[in-house]
Write a protein of this length. Sequence first.
Length: 199
Amino acid sequence: MSNDNKEKEVQVFEDEKKILLEHDYDGIRELDHPLPRWWVVTFWLTIIFAVPYWAAHTFFGAQSINEELAADMKEVVAQQAEYERKKGAFNMAEFEAYIATPKATKTGKKTFRRKCKACHGANGEGGVGPNLADNFWINGDGSPETIYKVIKNGIAEKGMPAWGPTLGKEGVFAVLKIVMDFKGTNPENAKEAQGTEYK
């Protein structure tokens, strides 16, 4: 096919002539449509942004995303600990005052029977969950403070639910009293020791 025939087959509108490229691909002519202005502006802005970003991370020790996340998580943990210290931390005086009330033991036994017996046994001898009557502890050291924390916040990876939101502070205190009462009782069919011994 001759070039003359090619030109006859190509229809170019008047407003397209100024953007018609010179090259020819088997009779196909190409129009050089410019990119939208917003796209070009965005493209150059990304390049402008990339220069200081590259310099900051290459020469000036800017934190990576993972380092920023680690720093943020550390701050979150610190704030949670501070909140816990102010609002939800274990208070021995408050615990002792509560367990001195007539309802403490009754509430504790009732709650333990309904919520805890299935895993820890009726007398704290253990079952699915650990033995609560010996001096061995998987989480914490067997002190009222650490037991309170486990009851309140749970240990998700061990299957221990967080009872704090369900029972409230007094409910947790009541269960804690029962657990403390189990210590050293040596119930029948007690589960083997688990964890670390604390005397």
